[in-house]
Design a protein around this ligand. Structure first.
Ligand code: SF4
Length: 472
């Protein structure tokens, strides 16, 4: 029996290539993790190097194997090698047989890794520390699997302009605003435990906590208790849950806090994370607020999941409501012109709105209600709050997004918070909770509504300039 130590996926791929090329069957080799049993025969240097040179596997298998490589199961390298051997020797279409025990296990492992990565992205909370007059952001996290290297590029894109570190028991990763550096794992006590950010977060969490919506079982499955200790809000969760019945009673008395939000319509299936396509399907059913009553349909975001630039508008207009696609009406035409002039490609952008249903009143040509014209109405703060979980879920899928462009004041306030006036924040590069590069600019509809041509031209120039900034 040959015993070989594996460092990571690339190492496994190189060694598997050699083993297959030399016709070494799975029954004659044991592949161990770098932390597993030490091997006296760790390098298959006696194998013929050239035999694996022409070896080819499908992209589907490589992607599956890459994900499984992050799983904690110590037997994963053997399982991958056995599957690869079977594909290569006599079952080229093995991956299509999902009931095959090896294939089934690999698919399960891939799902577990994906779900763990999703949770890491959602539950890592950075704490600010100051050293040598510099700010650093440090987080402690305990993933189920060895996913740090898989997820680290996501954080480097999202928090590009910050110096941060994520510490886990397996390994640590730091980002110095230009490169990722990986180091050994550390204990929880190496992560800072308390600072003013935590106080702020606790206050925020207590404010958004709605006891009427508490589903402890779901809460524990989406945010497993194991993670609670790493979250600043963890200290108050127990108290909030204990007080929940009393607070519900108080809210009933005060008639407050019972507004639904779209979060009740976002339901991941067991073991799955969201995709833009599944979210779009779920959003069709959303009736969380009254806006769905008079609108034709939900108008969900559109664009490639790998989009680097995300444009966030207010809500669909009359034509978008009918077409079911954002930015296809008159404002969409203005936006297209601005996108072209900014040197961007609309097909590479993700376009969406804070509110997914068209809010309007029906008027006659004189603007008197109950006519046949559908006149746009600005969504109020409650409607924006109600619908925002859809954007939050879209944003969590857009892992490559590097730039968030808020078109107009409604989008700006949804992202920056209330009180932000477009005249004060437009054109400035801002760092927000969503994206280290966020910019606010004119909504194309505001350009159309400007009464004077000179104003329209000026706003258009500014819109183009702001969009061009996103494309740099
Ligand atoms: S506007 Fe948003 S929250 Fe309201 S029903 Fe439509 S999708 Fe749901």
């Amino acid at each position: 029996m040959r015993t070989i130590q594996i460092e990571d996926f690339d190492d496994w791929r190189a060694k598997a290539r050699k083993l297959i090329g030399n016709q070494v069957p799975p029954s004659e080799v044991q592949l161990f993790d770098r932390d597993g049993q030490q091997s006296l025969f760790g390098d298959p240097s006696d194998l013929d190097e050239a035999s694996g040179a022409t070896f080819r596997v499908s992209r589907e298998f490589v992607s599956l194997a890459q994900a499984v490589g992050y799983h904690r199961d110590f037997n994963r390298w053997n399982l991958l090698y056995r599957t690869l051997w079977r594909i290569k020797t006599d079952q080229p279409h093995l991956l299509e047989i999902e009931t095959d025990p090896d294939v089934h296990r690999l698919i399960q492992m891939e799902k577990q890794v994906r779900r763990d990565a999703h949770k890491m992205k959602a539950f890592v909370r950075f704490r600010k520390v100051e050293r040598d007059e510099k700010e650093y952001f440090i987080a402690w996290h305990q993933p189920d699997h060895r996913i740090v290297r898989r997820v680290a590029p996501f954080f480097s894109r999202r928090f590009k302009g910050m110096n941060w570190a994520i510490l886990t028991p397996d390994e640590s990763v730091t980002w110095d605003q230009s490169e990722l550096h990986f180091g050994p794992g550390v204990t929880r006590s190496d992560a800072p435990g308390f600072d003013e950010l935590e106080d702020l977060w606790r206050t925020y969490y207590a404010n958004i906590f709605n006891p009427a919506r508490v589903k402890v079982k779901m809460m524990k499955s989406e945010m497993p208790v194991r993670y609670w200790k790493n979250l600043p809000e963890a200290d108050i969760i127990a108290d909030l849950l204990t007080d929940a019945p009393k607070r519900v009673e108080e809210m009933i008395q005060q008639h407050e806090g019972f507004e639904q939000t779209a979060i009740n319509f976002i339901k991941p299936t067991e073991g799955e994370s969201f995709t833009l396509a599944t979210l779009k399907e779920m959003a069709i059913e959303c009736t969380a607020c009254d806006l769905c009553r008079d609108a034709t349909q939900t108008v969900f975001g559109t664009g490639p999941v790998e989009a680097k630039i995300v444009l966030l508008g207010e809500q669909p207009g009359d034509q978008e409501d009918i077409a079911g696609v954002p930015f296809v009406g008159p404002a969409g035409k203005v936006l297209n012109e601005a996108i072209d002039n900014a040197g961007l490609d609309r097909d590479k952008l993700y376009l969406t709105n804070v509110v997914k249903h068209f809010k309007h009143i029906e008027t006659n040509t004189e603007g008197i209600p109950n006519g046949k014209r559908r006149l746009h109405q600005k969504p109020n703060a409650r409607e924006v709050r109600c619908c925002r979980p859809w954007f939050d879920a879209e944003w969590s899928c857009l892992e490559d997004a590097e730039f968030l462009v808020c078109l107009g004041e409604t989008a700006a306030r949804a992202i920056l918070g209330p009180g932000n006036k477009i005249s004060e924040v437009r054109g400035r590069l801002l760092s927000t909770d969503y994206c280290a590069k966020t910019i606010v600019t004119w909504h194309p509809a505001a350009i159309l509504r400007s009464p004077r041509e000179s104003h329209r031209q000026e706003k258009m120039r500014e819109l183009i300039k702001d969009l061009a900034l996103a494309g740099v």
